[in-house]
Design a protein around this ligand. Structure first.
Ligand code: BV8
Length: 242
């Protein structure tokens, strides 16, 4: 922790990559852990273009349920600590793989949603977008008047990431002096590459209770939950060691 704090004290540019683990303590399941979404759901049928083509109602059932869970969830001390950390730097970027909007609700400003969000639905035909509230998309509105189909505005496997968000995330990782990798198993690309391939001279620290696919490649590993480790980092940075 000491070296990380020293680096954060002198850094001008900080980038953070988060995954579903940072929202675990807000009550939202991760993907691959025990009880994870992909341990209990048929991923191919739910989070893929082919699955959506085959059964859009099944896919919307799953995303409407997740959307409602996101709205019920509250940002936790980990989300809030990152929003606090952002105020310490002129050049701070938070790239998230999460679609739960909890970083936004915690107050993070420079947020890149690499895998989209569940705040809007988008027509596959004409690109028409509509905001989703906690009740999600009613089945009778899946088929759009243009002949296209309303889909969640998120990135499924085999689909490209939003180009502008990805371009900005790569640029942030390349200029960062410190990169924090929080709550991700780092198995999904290209997001995970921000912490390895694009992290040129950065000091990379992983914050995760468990080892991940990149634990051997980072400079610093802080084994613990985000809601404990991140507030401790902010406190130490401010000179108040906890
Ligand atoms: C693309 C949908 C190309 C949204 C998601 C072979 C090798 C390498 C790559 C590939 C390959 N074959 C295919 C690929 C590419 C593929 C990929 O990476 N596959 C992997 C699985 C092998 N990637 C893609 O397809 C991407 N697109 O490459 O397109 C392209 C380019 C141009 C033109 C056309 C095509 C798209 C990737 C996005 C896929 N969509 N989800 C949704 O439904 O939510 S991915 C899904 O995984 C989520 O988005 C999630 O965010 C992401 C990563 O998962 P994690 O967040 O890391 O969650 P996980 O459960 O794994 O881990 C949680 C971690 O938290 C754990 O480590 C745990 O210990 C920790 N934790 C738990 N509690 C806490 C905690 N940490 C801190 N505090 C706690 N309290």
């Amino acid at each position: 922790m000491r070296e990380l704090i020293d680096r954060l004290r002198t850094a001008r540019s900080v980038t953070v990559l988060t995954g579903s683990g940072i929202s675990a303590e807000s009550g939202l399941p991760t993907f691959r852990g025990v009880g994870g979404l992909w341990r209990t759901h048929r991923v191919e049928e739910l989070a893929s273009p082919a699955g959506f083509e085959r059964d859009p109602q099944l896919v919307w059932t799953w995303y409407n349920e997740r959307n409602a869970a996101h709205r019920r969830a509250q940002p936790n001390a980990g989300h809030r600590a990152l929003a606090e950390l952002e105020t310490r730097y002129l050049d701070f970027t938070l790239a998230t793989q999460n679609v739960d909007s909890l970083h936004l609700r915690a107050g993070t400003r420079n947020l890149l949603e690499l895998h989209g969000s569940l705040r809007i639905a988008r027509c596959t035909g004409c690109g028409y977008e509509r905001e989703l509230d906690a009740s999600g998309l009613p089945f009778e509105q899946i088929e759009h008047t243009c002949g296209g189909r309303m889909r969640p505005d998120i990135v499924w496997f085999g689909e490209p990431l939003p180009p502008e968000a990805w371009r900005r995330a790569v640029a942030a990782a390349e200029r960062a002096e410190v990169i924090l990798v929080v709550g991700t198993s780092a198995v999904v690309y290209p997001a995970a590459a921000l912490a390895t391939r694009y992290a040129r001279d950065a000091f990379v620290a992983e914050i995760n209770p468990e080892a991940t696919a990149i634990s051997e490649r980072v400079a610093c590993v802080l084994r613990g939950p985000a809601s404990e480790v991140l507030p401790r980092i902010v406190a130490e940075l401010d000179g108040f060691p906890s």
